[in-house]
Design a protein around this ligand. Structure first.
Ligand SMILES: *Cc1c(COP(=O)(O)O)cnc(C)c1O
Length: 552
């Protein structure tokens, strides 16, 4: 069997740009295959063929793009960790591994991975597999550069500017600054750091020493990354104040007002209010207009976490949900959520033009020389938390270019229509109870009440039963409980990951009573949450066609 060998830099490479005749790479590495492309092969291009790479691409096309999106195939070959550890040869050893063995390992990697583009992969974030998004992701990897300076990312620097300007325009900031960053959690941390710097610029040099006790405010339903950010940035979890919400999960503006007054009277300095546009579980949109007015009155930075729900900005029909967002100081918006861009694609915006640079720059001389031969204002690296920064823009730009803004908008509108359709079906189907009568976003949260619990007084015990695991017995859904990975939600619901065939949901013998919910998803994800007998599900994404035929 052929072996891969170490590729040493030799004098031949340094002088001629190509390995000399005797290098180990040439003699045995089958990446270096002269047979498959004789014409383009010459001595100046040592890796003309890339047979291994071609085989990996062929594998991905067949097993991920074709079979991985075939409704008749599995979403995942689930194995428990110890079992999977035995199956996969993950160990790193001293000797090289041949390409044919590596290819087998790649096949296993694909086989045991979750096919997130599968129409029956029901989870938040995912809305199928976008061809242009994937092409952008592949191009990004092949070009493998860093976004920090114009000289190493000339095209992507301009592209990032164009895309961020477009998004900023949709938000409605007349000017400002923005950056793609690794996820909404990091974007929210940018917000906290900038808000604090805005209040106390000395914090950059001196830290928190000698400064008054600061706090940030968010709603009870706000994302946990605000709490993480407060911990990480030295504000402390205890200084995250949770504002109460109304029945629809939206921040109560009156409660925000009185909290701000209370905190100030106690000597605390509120540095930021976080309003959420599209809460993660219920999809609620906080009322931005009254919140902005209150923030202006109290002189507090307003951040809008629109990671999930911000994409309504693309739609003239839906953007009323974020009315007032243009009054914010900063915004988080994740195209890797409702716009369906491949992970990661998340952007942070602020209306304050120079603040990111003032707050984050350290002027590293080895990267950001001011006397370069081009306009160094195009170097975006120094305003970032990061040093090297991945190119996240290409996949989104390619999708946007391919669809046009109008098509993006209509996809999002159709996802909202589908959520409404599902909610309407549930209203007229026995056993289903919606958490919100009208969905705020594309999340549809509901309980499934099994026949044995219907028409009974809803005591504390009843709710416990509804939310209870059944200790391993098959429950009303016909599913062995211990096979259902569950996660308790703050509302008492349980979030459950659905794995199509793995749990037999499509099998004839053990159809759950809600199998009447025939969901055919195109560009959509569904988060269903099973809790013993109860069921809480949230619907995300586009194109859900659901028909409900009722409980058992
Ligand atoms: C998902 C989400 C985040 C976090 O975004 P990541 O990209 O997963 O870090 C923040 N806020 C809200 C409201 C979210 O839904």
């Amino acid at each position: 069997m052929e072996q891969n060998c170490c590729y040493h830099i030799t004098k031949d490479i340094l002088v001629n740009g190509t390995p000399g005749p005797a290098t180990t790479a040439r003699s045995s590495d089958d990446l270096y295959d002269m047979s498959c492309d004789a014409q383009s092969h010459d001595a100046a291009s040592p890796n003309v063929c890339f047979r291994f790479l071609k085989e990996v691409v062929a594998l991905l096309v067949k097993e991920v793009l074709k079979d991985g999106t075939d409704v008749n195939k599995k979403v995942v070959e689930f194995r428990h960790p110890d079992e999977l550890m035995r199956i996969l040869d993950l160990e790193l050893i001293s000797e090289p591994t041949s390409n044919s063995e590596l290819l087998q390992l790649c096949q296993q990697i694909v086989k045991y991975s979750v096919k997130t583009g599968h129409p029956h992969f029901f989870n938040q974030l995912y809305g199928g597999l976008d061809e242009h998004g994937l092409a952008g992701a592949w191009m990004t990897e092949a070009l493998n550069t860093s976004q920090y300076t114009f000289e190493v990312a000339p095209v992507f620097t301009l592209m990032e500017k164009v895309v961020l300007d477009k998004m900023q325009q949709l938000i409605g900031f007349p000017e400002g600054d923005a950056i793609f960053c690794p996820g909404g959690s990091i974007a929210n941390m940018y917000a906290i750091n900038l808000a604090r710097f805005h209040c106390f610029p000395e914090v950059k040099r001196k830290g928190m020493n000698g400064l008054p006790r600061m706090c940030i405010l968010t709603s009870e339903k706000g994302h946990y990354s605000l709490t993480k950010g407060a911990a990480l940035l030295g504000l402390g979890e205890d200084n995250v104040v949770k504002v109460t919400t109304d029945a629809a999960g939206r921040m109560r503006a009156d409660a925000l007002d009185s909290e701000l007054t209370r905190l100030k009277s106690q000597g605390l300095v509120p540095v930021m209010v976080n309003a959420t546009s599209g809460t993660t579980v219920m999809g609620s949109y906080d009322p931005l207009q009254p919140i902005a007015t209150i923030c202006e009155r109290h002189g507090v930075w307003l951040h809008v976490d629109a990671a999930w729900g911000g994409s309504v900005l693309l739609s003239d029909k839906l953007r009323y949900k974020v009315k007032g967002i243009e009054r914010a100081d900063s915004v988080t918006w994740n195209p890797h959520k409702m716009m369906g861009a491949p992970l990661q694609c998340s952007a942070f915006f602020t209306r304050h033009k120079n603040l990111m640079t003032e707050s984050h720059s350290t002027n590293a001389v080895y990267l950001f020389q001011q006397d370069k031969f081009y306009d160094v204002s195009y170097d975006t690296g120094d305003k970032s938390f990061q040093c090297g920064r991945k190119v996240d823009v290409l996949k989104l730009w390619l999708m946007w270019k391919a669809k046009g803004t109008n098509c993006f908008a209509s996809e999002i509108e159709s996802a909202f229509d589908c959520a409404q359709y599902l909610a309407n079906k549930m209203k007229v189907t026995e056993g289903f109870r919606l958490l919100l009568e009208e969905p705020e976003c594309t999340n549809v949260c509901f309980w499934f009440i099994p026949p044995s619990l219907r028409n009974q007084p809803e005591t504390k015990e009843w709710w416990t039963k509804l939310g209870q695991d059944d200790g391993g017995r098959n429950d009303a859904c016909g599913l062995p409980a211990r096979r259902r990975p569950c996660q308790l939600l703050p509302d008492g619901g349980v979030q459950h990951q659905l794995y199509d065939r793995e749990h037999g949901l499509r099998g004839a013998g053990d159809r759950p009573p809600w199998a009447g919910l025939v969901a055919s998803l195109s560009g959509a994800g569904l988060v269903a949450s099973l809790s013993g007998a109860g069921l809480v599900a949230s619907l995300f994404g586009a194109g859900l066609v659901a028909s409900l035929s009722g409980g058992s």
